[in-house]
Design a protein around this ligand. Structure first.
Ligand code: OGA
Ligand code: MN
Length: 293
């Protein structure tokens, strides 16, 4: 069955129908998904029934998997058998809803700040694939902002100003902002900051995009306050409502987004209600030629 795409927003994001993601994709369909991702940057697949292994197998068809934050949490309890599956839930290893002061909750809240997954490391994330298992009765949408449209709409003088600038991205910046400072010197140094240009070109669509987000701490070569203010201004520009698609979850949804083209954030919800999502993520590395080492 061919894939059908139904746009969900005037600029980007589409619902993709006609696929059962629990089964391996024929190569032509995999390529069709990549092409649709280059165009839409967010694809919504409804009514998927994926266990942990099937979700990882789906993701692996698009490249090697990122383990993200598990790098600094090695050996800590995990609800899943695989480190490559991120536990985007407010549930503890014993299956109970985590109390509000549980260490895990700060991750839920940090996800509510506009970001691109793993932009604090190199390679960063390419595709994130988030699957809804249990959703709360209200709130908890996930929003996406189109960074290509944000670039296009930037005034010419600001484009010129931003072109050539780089920002430093650091994992714990968002945590510090939320007042979560309980990290050892060793943990703070485990993932050192990386720099990215503020203006990037997407390798698939060749579109220019404004590369900002909460992991960006300051602009290289500017004072911290001036650079941080510029980053805040650019983030505000990039996340105007006209560039945002808000996804209202249903159980069984798998939403796939391109971290090189959009920012995303979760929305607030009642943390005493259960929310269980799992995410598989690919690393943004060059495509390997099939069969090559
Ligand atoms: C993520 C994320 C937001 C949400 O899974 O990377 O940021 O709404 N999720 O759960
Ligand atoms: Mn995220």
């Amino acid at each position: 069955m061919p894939i059908t795409l139904k746009p969900l927003h005037p600029l980007f994001a589409a619902e993709a129908a006609g696929l059962d993601l629990s089964k391996p994709l024929p190569p032509a369909q995999r390529d069709e998904i990549v092409a649709a991702m280059d165009r839409y940057a967010v694809l919504v697949f409804r009514g998927q029934k994926l266990d942990e292994d099937q979700q990882l197998a789906y993701a692996r068809q698009f490249g090697p998997l990122d383990v993200g934050l598990r790098k600094i949490r090695k050996g800590q309890p995990h609800r899943f058998r695989h480190d490559e599956l991120a536990d985007i839930s407010n549930v503890t290893v014993d299956g109970k809803v985590a109390p509000r002061d549980h260490a895990k909750i700060v991750n839920n809240i940090a996800n509510q700040l506009w970001h691109s997954d793993s932009s604090f490391q190199k390679p960063a994330a390419r595709y994130s694939m988030l699957h809804a298992v249990v959703i709360p009765s209200k709130g908890a949408d996930t929003e996406f902002a189109d960074l290509r449209a944000a670039w296009d709409a930037l005034p010419e003088d600001l484009k010129r100003e931003v072109e050539g600038l780089e920002a430093e991205h650091y994992l714990l910046h968002s945590r510090f902002m939320l007042g979560d400072t309980g990290y050892t010197e060793e943990q703070r140094k485990l993932l050192p900051p990386v720099t990215w240009p503020l203006a990037r070109v997407h390798p698939g669509s060749k579109r220019r995009l404004l590369w900002v987000g909460i992991h960006a701490t300051h602009v290289v070569g500017m004072t911290v306050p001036e650079g941080r203010m510029l980053l805040m201004d650019l983030l505000e520009h990039a996340t105007q409502r006209e560039f945002v698609y808000a996804h209202r979850w249903r159980v069984g949804d798998l939403v796939m987004w391109d971290n090189r083209a959009v920012l995303h954030r979760g929305r607030r919800f009642d943390l005493s209600e259960r929310r269980e999502m799992r995410r598989a993520t690919t690393e943004d590395v060059e495509e390997r030629i099939a069969g090559a080492a």
